[in-house]
Design a protein around this ligand. Structure first.
Ligand SMILES: *Cc1c(COP(=O)(O)O)cnc(C)c1O
Length: 503
């Protein structure tokens, strides 16, 4: 299977090439030229496979220049019980017609581990396949969870260096601690004066800087990306949509072939897009609920067809969704315009120059048929954490709470009682303070006491503290540099020990 750019200005490439490059040379995103389809029998039979076998099966459809044995090897390395416990994606029965898919059992307690534990394996194999002997520099801009998950995935992977930029005041104390205590001889973390979009823009500019790329190449380095714009990040996420459906049937929650709804807490639009691709491949999905916090650009887009990034970025209690430009939406638009790259390129130019674009009424209608959008404010988020716990004795993190609440809004407005799977994207222990506030148990605690908060959360709820949190308490801070967005390139060179020229 070959891959094309959403902006149509580069030739078709193999999956290894797409994964190695990250972003296409014309600024677009790589997408598969066509999509495989699975029959209902094939989907239901996934239930008999382990998660890693299931992942290898899905990857096989798309990464056809990797052998099945290589993909099985990647999946086994990524999803071992040592890293994810016995099931990387358990589907938990919570409400009457609403279940929760827990995607946070990996090393960093966020769903991004599912993609970022396997990406380094796919990437180092891609390096061999494309016949290059340069080393890979991974650059990542993070609003919290990507950074740590990428660091953990790439740490000490031979032939790679990973450099992460996070907005200094835009991540939770636990997220920040997770990053600044990162070990591994090939890891580097910088705080950025600015917000997530500043960090992401900085990284995108560096990717587009051909002079810098040439300079790095002279020293044996090549850039790649671990952000969800990389196809190798997206494709592993398709797996759990299929697997959870097969599990729901096996658990007797739905009839075979019954259409379900997925509620997805959405930021960069990667997770929910993987679900859309699963539907395109034959998964019986009625709709997707696109859940946002008060950074509700996507809610407005889905409801009006106008994407407008000209607004303030709010800091919220669900920081991994504090995003104004959801990069992966570009892939959806490419698909919904029947691969009209010229049209997509025009909209993306408008977004850059005018800060907004309006899709055709045909595309807007297709978007509304596929997605229901709702946003949830800070009060509602905390209230939902409390209510889900009181009603079901189940603890959700703020991101999951946003999706749960959006699903409730859908039920109210639609009177649709279809079975809903709420994607749970982070462990409550990553956001203890907010969770305790939601439970009404935060007296005397604040954001600066994450470990006290974790101990109180386990006392109150009985949910065990993950070992990743306990271990962090005594780890030394190894990364404490905070830089301006204009200093990113220079610091990359410094990290790679490339001399900064005086011209
Ligand atoms: C990244 C993240 C999201 C958003 O996922 P996207 O693929 O960027 O839409 C939601 N919740 C958590 C906890 C995350 O880390």
């Amino acid at each position: 299977m070959l891959f094309v750019s959403t902006r149509g200005q580069v030739g078709k490439v193999s999956s290894a090439h797409a994964i190695k490059e990250g972003l296409a040379g014309d600024g677009g995103l790589f997408v598969p030229q066509s999509f495989p389809s699975l029959s209902l029998e094939q989907i239901l039979s996934l239930n008999t496979l382990s998660y890693e076998q299931c992942a290898a099966t899905i990857l096989n459809y798309f990464l056809t220049d990797y052998s099945p044995a290589e993909l099985a090897e990647c999946a086994t390395a990524a999803y071992s019980p040592l890293k994810f416990g016995k099931n990387p994606a358990p589907l938990c029965k919570v409400g009457d017609r609403t279940d929760v898919l827990e995607l946070w059992h990996g090393p960093t307690l966020a769903f991004k581990d599912i993609a970022l534990q396997i990406l380094p394996h796919l990437m180092t194999k891609a390096q061999n396949k494309t016949g290059t002997d340069t080393k890979i520099v991974i650059l990542a801009a993070t609003s919290g969870d990507t950074g740590k998950a990428a660091l953990e995935g790439f740490a000490d992977v031979p032939g790679t260096e990973i450099i992460v930029f996070y907005p200094e005041d835009g991540v939770s104390p636990v997220q920040k601690l997770q990053m600044v205590t990162q070990q591994g001889g090939n890891t580097k973390v910088f705080g950025i004066h600015g917000n997530f979009d500043d960090a992401q823009r900085g990284v995108k500019e560096i990717f587009g800087d051909t002079g810098l790329a040439a300079e790095l190449k002279d020293f044996g380095w090549e850039f790649s990306s671990a952000n969800s714009i990389n196809w190798g990040r997206l494709v592993p996420q398709i797996t759990y949509y299929f697997k959870s459906y097969a599990d729901a049937v096996a658990n007797g929650r739905i009839e075979p072939g019954e259409k379900v709804i997925f509620a997805v807490p959405t930021g960069n639009f990667g997770d929910i897009l993987a679900g859309y691709y699963a539907k395109k491949m034959g998964l019986p999905v009625k709709r997707f609920i696109c859940a946002s916090n008060s950074n509700n650009v996507l809610t407005d887009f889905i409801n009006t067809g106008v994407y407008n990034k000209l607004r303030e970025l709010n800091k919220t209690v669900s920081p991994s969704m504090d995003i104004l430009v959801s990069s992966n939406l570009e892939r959806l638009l490419f698909d919904l315009t029947d691969n009209n790259s010229a049209q997509v390129a025009e909209w993306m130019t408008q977004l850059n120059t005018a800060g907004q674009y309006k899709v055709t009424s045909d595309v807007a209608e297709r978007v509304r048929d596929l997605f229901f959008a709702a946003w949830v404010d800070e009060m509602e988020t905390k209230e939902t954490i409390g209510r889900v716990y009181n009603d079901f004795e189940y603890v959700v993190d703020p991101h999951t709470a946003v999706a749960w609440r959006a699903a409730q809004k859908y039920r109210l407005l639609s009177s649709d009682d279809s079975y809903i799977i709420v994607l749970s994207t982070a462990s409550p222990y990553k956001f203890c303070q907010t969770v305790l506030e939601g439970l009404g148990k935060a007296e005397g605690l604040d954001e600066s006491q994450p470990f006290e908060a974790a101990r109180r959360l386990t006392e109150e709820t009985g949910l065990p503290i993950p070992h990743q949190i306990t271990e962090m308490e005594h780890k030394p801070v190894l990364h404490n540099e905070v830089i301006g967005t204009g200093e990113m390139a220079a610091n990359i060179k410094k990290t790679l020990e490339i001399p900064v020229e005086n011209s």
